[in-house]
Design a protein around this ligand. Structure first.
Ligand code: NOJ
Length: 508
């Protein structure tokens, strides 16, 4: 075969498999292709992968403290003392990312590794050196670092002050962020202030859900909401004023948002769906991303009404003053989304009284007829519906999918369910971008490697790479999903056949 014939055959094959337009240049991008400059990578968080819990001068976090004091809180009695040992194996982790053809890695800084007491009395150079080494290793391999400042590991010393429900913690967070921008901002251009405030607020509304296990449902979680929003806004404004002119990066926040489909076509269920979205997402997103700012009206009204019924003279949801509304509104360059699943929702009463769940007045249930693992259902069209809802609710902001992934029980290397999940969700993401016009700039799969799944310990596996936790060396092994993702990331497209077969259109 002549060289020309070979090239034509290869081009035709590529075109068939990947939908690559045969003539490049000005031809429009095929619907199964990611836009130019799109970020594709994977994510982790410090406590879940690093280990080295007391090495190199690191201070104690609320997770170290809680799981040392109460090992029975995790399903397997394990903790993050060693975890995946990424503190020592970070160079290997970077090679795992290279193996995925990733161009971005989302990881978090451990606040007590940098500031062991949470305050600036001790700035731990060994901690700063560790993150400098990781960042430099990523950049040397052509991978952009995306840094989460807070992925749930508050310094224990600050928990002694009450932790996040105490608004004073914001003052400490601003100082910590300043030190991070000063030390890493010359090379880090993608920042997230907080990961999933709605989820980590459970650490203050339940004794067992997450550290620190402060059991104050419907009170501490709302106090935390105000403190975290103010902390986020102040850090954004600090970056904007002091660092952006020279560092030219982008700062966002990541919210956990599932999709909630009304159980029936009734108006009541449609309202329940909206209420659930407002309590899970709007509580955080409305103050930052809406045109008018402040907490959503429906959340304010319902918490105030329940508080009155309980005989309180004030709402359990704190108010934001006009100055605070202005301080918070518009403080993001992009909107980070952690999305995993979709559920059905109807009106009704659930949760203890008082609690945020009780205030929301909804009952959720899992879909039937979709692949399911633990709390996750594989429903790609849910992501598409969510992205369209978000774009309509908060126009003008680009989105970044900072987490999305599938969990398996231990021991699954031939992870066909994860492959099915990723093909479907990446296709739904592409439909949202290319067919629906939702501006999305990146995607990081959860997770690069198996890690400590909080109170589930090591019993639930989200990794693309498996880690052998029985072996002190913590060897990593690629699961079957790795070559599939590596190919998608390399071609920057979902193969046409998978794309066309994916469940990206909601049933009518
Ligand atoms: C979201 C959290 O950010 C992450 O830490 C967790 O492991 C995943 N969800 C999976 O539950």
């Amino acid at each position: 075969m002549s060289r020309t014939v070979v090239l034509v055959v290869v081009a035709a094959l590529l075109s068939e498999t990947w939908g690559v337009p045969l003539s490049s240049g000005s031809s429009p991008r095929a619907a199964n292709h990611f836009p130019d400059g799109f970020y594709l990578g994977a994510a982790t968080a410090a406590y879940q992968v690093e280990g080295g819990w007391n090495e190199g001068g690191k201070g104690e976090s609320i997770w170290d403290h809680t799981l040392h004091a109460q090992p029975n809180l995790t399903a397997d009695g394990q903790n993050g003392d060693v975890a995946a040992d990424s503190y020592h194996k970070y160079k290997e982790d970077v090679q795992l990312l290279v193996g995925l053809n990733a161009n971005v890695y989302r990881f978090s800084l451990s606040w007590p590794r940098i500031l062991p007491t949470g305050d600036t009395d001790n700035i731990n150079q060994a901690g700063i050196d560790y993150y400098n080494s990781l960042i430099n290793e990523l950049l040397a391999n052509g991978i952009q670092p995306m840094v989460t400042l807070y992925h749930w590991d508050l310094p224990q010393e600050l928990q002694k002050l009450g932790g996040w429900p105490n608004a004073v913690i914001a003052d400490y967070f601003v100082e910590y962020a300043r030190i991070a921008f000063e030390n890493f901002g010359d090379r880090v251009k993608l920042w997230l202030t907080f990961n999933e405030p709605d989820m980590f607020s459970n650490g203050y509304s339940s004794a067992t859900a997450l550290a620190p296990g402060a059991d104050s449902p419907g009170v501490a979680d709302y106090l935390l909401a105000k403190a975290v929003l103010l902390a986020h806004a102040r850090v954004y404004r600090l970056y904007d004023q002091r660092f952006r002119p020279t560092q030219r990066g982008r700062v966002g926040i990541t919210l956990n948002i599932d999709w909630y489909e009304p159980l029936t076509s009734s108006a009541d269920d449609a309202e329940a769906s909206d209420r659930q979205l407002q309590f899970e997402c709007g509580l955080w997103a409305h103050p930052i991303f809406s045109r008018e700012g402040d907490f959503p009206e429906v959340v304010k009204l319902r918490v105030a009404a329940n508080s009155r019924k309980e005989g309180r003279t004030r709402s359990r949801l704190p108010t934001l003053s006009p100055a605070e509304v202005n301080l918070i509104r518009g403080t993001a360059d992009f909107f980070g989304i952690n999305h995993y699943s979709s559920s059905l929702v109807t009106s009704g009463s659930s949760g203890s009284e008082p609690s945020k769940t009780y205030d929301s007045g909804v009952v959720t249930s899992m879909f039937e007829g979709y692949p399911t693992s633990f709390w996750i259902s594989d429903i790609p069209w849910g992501l598409r519906k969510l992205l369209n809802w978000l774009h309509k609710s908060y126009p003008g902001y680009p989105f970044f999918i900072t987490e999305n992934g599938w969990s398996d029980p231990p021991g699954v290397l031939n992870d066909t369910a994860r492959i099915h999940y990723y093909r479907g969700y990446l296709s739904a993401l592409l439909r949202s971008i290319n067919d629906d016009g939702v501006p999305v700039i990146g995607y990081t799969a959860w997770s690069l490697l198996d890690n400590l799944e909080w109170m589930n310990g090591y019993t639930i596996k989200f990794g693309l790479y498996s880690v052998d936790y029985d072996d002190p060396e913590r060897p990593r092994t690629a699961k079957a999903s790795v070559p599939v993702m590596a190919q998608i990331y390399k071609e920057r497209a979902v193969p046409l056949e998978d794309f066309e077969n994916a469940d990206t259109t909601p049933p009518s």
